[in-house]
Design a protein around this ligand. Structure first.
Ligand code: GDP
Length: 194
């Protein structure tokens, strides 16, 4: 089965998004340090499975080595399943992402999200950046341009719309841009199969 994977730090809104996509309720209170196995669910409107991978990056009270384990699991999962993964959805908190990325950028440090983005691309997995919590963002265009810049995508963000950048507000069910981007990659994948 074709598969879409959801990746993102804790608290970016993955559970909220999963609930919107699938209609199921998810335990948002993920226990710190518990490495979840990927969960598989059907995406209601389309014929593929969606998996959420455990949160990575900062989780309060989680030791560094556990966080590294989580990242290793995600990387292994992507490597082993790259053939059937139709696209990777990296969920960001639109309000916080740029600050967090800048705080974790340095001579020998790449922020987890940026690393995952590059890693998916290396594996040939198309990536959509689902920029969530847009209801909290005032300077929409500026913020989305900054996010493009941090991920090495040439601004303006508008040229990535419908494909790589999907501004959403999961909380209110405003996820059209993400549906559109995922559908785009689904159709591309079908075309490749012909
Ligand atoms: P997860 O840890 O990635 O699964 O994140 P959750 O789905 O548990 O969401 C974390 C917090 O962000 C919760 O308080 C949500 O209500 C809130 N949240 C999720 N989506 C949005 C959104 O689109 N806008 C706003 N303002 N808050 C959101």
């Amino acid at each position: 089965d074709a598969e879409v994977v959801l990746i993102g730090r804790s608290n970016v809104g993955k559970s909220t998004l999963m609930r919107e996509i699938t209609g199921h309720t998810f335990d948002t209170g993920q226990k710190p340090g518990v490495t979840r196995q990927p969960n598989h669910y059907d995406w209601t409107s389309e014929d593929f499975v969606i998996s959420d991978l455990p949160g990575f990056g900062f989780m309060a009270g989680v030791p560094d080595d556990v966080q590294d384990d989580i990242k290793t699991h995600i990387v292994q999962y992507l490597e082993e399943n790259a053939d059937k993964i139709l696209c990777g959805v990296i969920v960001l908190d639109g309000k916080a992402a740029v600050d967090i990325i800048d705080r974790h950028s340095g001579p020998d440090e790449i922020p987890h999200t940026v690393e995952m983005f590059g890693f998916c691309r290396e594996l040939g997995i198309p990536v959509v950046l689902a920029v969530n919590k847009m209801d909290k963002v005032d300077d929409r265009d500026e913020r989305l341009n900054e996010i493009c810049d941090r991920f090495g995508l040439f601004p303006p963000w508008k040229q990535w719309e419908g494909e790589t950048i999907a501004p959403i507000t999961a909380k209110t069910g405003n996820i059209d841009a993400l549906n559109q981007a995922v559908r785009h990659h689904l159709h591309e994948a079908k075309r490749d199969d012909l």
